[in-house]
Design a protein around this ligand. Structure first.
Ligand SMILES: [Zn+2]
Length: 264
């Protein structure tokens, strides 16, 4: 059938609009948990880098403490050898002790240089640690607000869908069952779009199917302009209609809006 005559064109167009609106809302609602999971994952990642920064700081502090202990040990060694220095009589033993004291001093110097370096590193790590902690705190606030907004949106959509479902059922029940069955069958096969508004190229006046974008033949162009009828798309088999035929009253409002846009 290339043309479907029915007085329910407008009613079916309205049902399609309702269904498209509900489908879009369902898609938005089903995207909410995904978005929340992504927000949580991003926050977890940030928290992990906060832990890593803090651990890096702690490790440097442990290293510094270790160096300081070794410095104390070296000091102890130097003092011990200096005391022994006063007791030995043997020249070789004296020399050996002096050499040990030298080694201890050299070690101590190296350790002290190490501590200075570590102090710088600790300063840097502490700044990093503080910055990332503040970042996480801030992110936690925005993340909580975003999650709350998403949850509110999901709730609002769910409530709206409940109301829309009842309205949709009533609108569908009022339609001719055969037409409704045809509509549902096409909708099922065509990703939810069974009734498609024809697109009119403003410059050329050429018409194309709003579902598959196939250009209309001259015969189809005539068919789609008929009142109380759907032209069937030769390509995708969707039911096509012309907005200005179904909604002639909207045509008076449209030019004013266009003029306003031009003026901007
Ligand atoms: Zn088509």
């Amino acid at each position: 059938m290339e043309i479907i005559h029915t007085i329910e064109v407008k009613a079916l167009v309205e049902l399609q609009k309702k269904d498209a609106d509900m489908d879009a809302k369902k898609a938005t609602a089903s995207g909410v948990p995904v978005k929340i999971a992504a927000l949580n994952a991003a926050f977890e990642t940030k928290k992990n880098s906060m832990s890593a920064a803090h651990e890096a700081l702690l490790a440097l502090q442990v290293k510094k403490k270790d160096c300081e202990l070794k410095i104390a040990e070296a000091d102890e060694g130097i003092r011990k050898h200096q005391r022994e220095l006063n007791l030995v009589k043997d020249n070789n033993a004296f020399k050996a002790l002096l050499s040990e004291i030298e080694t201890d001093k050299k070690n101590k110097d190296e350790l002290e240089t190490g501590v200075l370096f570590l102090l710088e590193e600790i300063d840097k790590a502490a700044i990093q640690d503080k910055a990332i902690r503040e970042e996480v705190k801030k992110l936690e606030g925005t993340m909580r607000a975003e999650v709350a907004a998403l949850e509110a949106l999901a709730k609002e959509i769910a409530a709206g869908l409940e109301a829309a479902k009842a309205e949709r059922a009533a609108a569908a029940a009022a339609l001719n069952p055969e037409l409704l069955e045809k509509y549902e069958a096409i909708r099922e096969n065509k990703h939810g779009l069974a009734v498609a508004a024809v697109h009119e190229e403003p410059a050329t006046g050429k018409l194309s199917c709003g579902g598959c974008h196939m250009g209309l033949t001259p015969q189809k162009m005539l068919d789609v302009k008929k009142h109380d009828a759907f032209a069937v798309c030769a390509d995708c088999r969707r039911l096509m209609y012309l907005e200005k035929t179904v909604y002639p009253e909207a045509q008076n409002a449209a030019p004013a809006a266009e003029k306003k846009e031009e003026g901007v």
